[in-house]
Design a protein around this ligand. Sequence first.
Ligand code: HEM
Length: 419
Amino acid sequence: MDVKSMPHEKGLDNTVHALKEGYRYILNRRKSFQSDVFETHLLGQKAICMGGEAAAELFYDTTKFKRAGAAPKRVQKTLLGEKGVQTLDGKAHLHRKEMFMSLMSPQRLDQMNDMLKKHWEAAVEKWAEQEETVLYHEAQKVLFRAACEWAGVPFEEKEVAELAADLGKMIETPTEIGPAHWMGRHDRNQTEKWIENLIEQVRDKELSPPEGTALAVFSWHRDLEGNLLDTHTAAVEVLNIIRPIVAIAIYINFTALAVHEYPAAKEKLTDGDPKQLQAFVQEVRRFYPFFPFQGAIVKKDFTWQGYEFEEGTLTILDIYGTNHDPAIWSNPDVFDPTRFIGWKESPFSFIPQGGGDFLGGHRCAGEWLTIKVMNTCLDYLANRMEYEVPPQDLSYSLNEMPSVPHSEMILKNVRMKNE
Ligand code: HEM
């Protein structure tokens, strides 16, 4: 095949455009270049941006891309944590990822669901006594309690508000520049110390978390050379469980928003049909912004669709744009859960939590857990609770990453329905 020259965005560095256009940055250029792939300069380096199903399939080919060196330091220090599974490749990645996936058996996911229900229902009793409830922060606290219990991590009730907010900030800050980012870094250091301390206690036999919990598994996990993980890395991985569970609060906020804004779609959920609940959850994950894109590095030179990818080039896959790609989704900017009824699953067309394979690739280890938690919370919000949504600013931005409704969903007169 002839080598073609890749569409190229002018400008010495386009980071400012990327921040300004946010979630739509790559999609906007894919439209204007009429190409699923283009070259630009971001964060002071050459970068290839791409989106769509074929691009996602390419991106998740581990013979072509690697992760080492892909995430900017700023993101590692807050969102990912250095030396975590996200930064590994090849056999070391597979070995670490197997440890993560071992936590996600159907039985363990059912346990998580039971814990979530217990903490959610206890929280609703408190919300019922309050003038108003800010769902985003309250959901973070519920998820924090459930996540810690599920992960075998002890906590004191008086610490919950602060720790849940700290973990929330770690995911809120990585794309911001300046003090907000420093806060994310400070919060990561604090929370890493908290977990490192627990791992030391487990190894000194002063604490014994239940078998099969993340704290137990990660404390005793051995790498391919047979060594225990250093305390810091083990703590990073425990946080790679707790922090993203707390981050499901973002999706719960959007779920509540969708229940409020799309009454016809909500109507279909009233008899609790699992197929309808699942379709609604999938559409929330497709429609609303969460992870904008994901980076990797070209492993060695190759040509794809006539375009040259040079070893060492940062390549960015458009997650949001692939989920809004008109070539994959009809009317992508319309919220329509029915598109997921009878949907033929593809590992590369619907990628809110990454694509491809769980073990062989970097697809999100917590995707099944996220979907299960969202189904349960949707059932509460649509069918099992009563509440009012008073006038408030429910708009959300496509430039803030990650984004939540500006009011963070204020609810009033909350109570469980009498069943
Ligand atoms: C809150 C909703 C979530 C979203 C939107 C999300 C999204 C993502 C994305 C986009 C990736 C990167 C995929 C890639 O590198 O190609 C990822 C990776 C990962 N996620 Fe999630 N995630 C969520 C929840 C969770 C949960 C609940 C857990 C754990 C319980 C989790 C654990 C992980 C881990 C360990 C990885 C790294 C996987 C690897 O590098 O092999 N995530 N997630």
